[in-house]
Design a protein around this ligand. Sequence first.
Ligand code: HEC
Length: 204
Amino acid sequence: MRLLVVIFILFCLGGCRGWRSEKPPVHLNPNMDFQASIKPQENPQLMPDHTIAWGMESDISYPEHRDAIIKQKNIRFYTGKNKEGLWVKTVPIDVTNAVLKRGQERYDIYCSMCHGKDGSGNGIIMEYGWFKPKPYWDDAIVSYTDGQLFDIITHGIRTMPSYSQQIKESDRWAIVTYIRALQVSNKMNFQDVPLEYQQKLKSL
Ligand code: HEC
């Protein structure tokens, strides 16, 4: 009997090799323990494309719910950030002449009184002592991503007020493309002008 006990103890000790097993423990009844579930305190999952949030299917006819769903789907367009929360580098719309024209028109209405029609920061308001913004072709502003410019219109920045109520998203992006045009036209060299216009400019 004693011999058996000693053999049993030696047998058990034989299992101790001094390091931890990397294998998962034996799991006799797994139930649903190994599923891709959301853990407590974890961020909510982003909605996959072409799906509707559970519980919102019947509410889709309410405009405010529909808006919330659409906004979540097209997060780049509505926030200027991508799903990872990084600034969108270029405008998430197709840039056409019509978009640029629209941007110019909206810019002249909403921004030019402070920033000036040319974007120099010499708007009419400056005569009344408002804070003077930097010209748009200041390196700091040129280096902003399109998403950041969109965000400045949405939320304002420091002494500049927000324009989210007055200007809808598509127009904010149009204004961003127009700001880029103002920057290029103030920073470009003569060689950058298309050839057919170079002649015209020389004859002026
Ligand atoms: C009421 C005057 C006013 C209006 C209107 C206005 N801005 Fe501004 N904006 C400012 C001022 C002032 C600053 C400088 C803010 C500061 O540095 O404190 C500024 C700064 C900026 C900047 C640069 C931010 C930076 O980091 O220096 C951008 C870009 C800009 N505005 C875009 C716009 C656009 C686009 C519009 C029109 C939708 C607009 N602003 C309308 C006053 C205005």
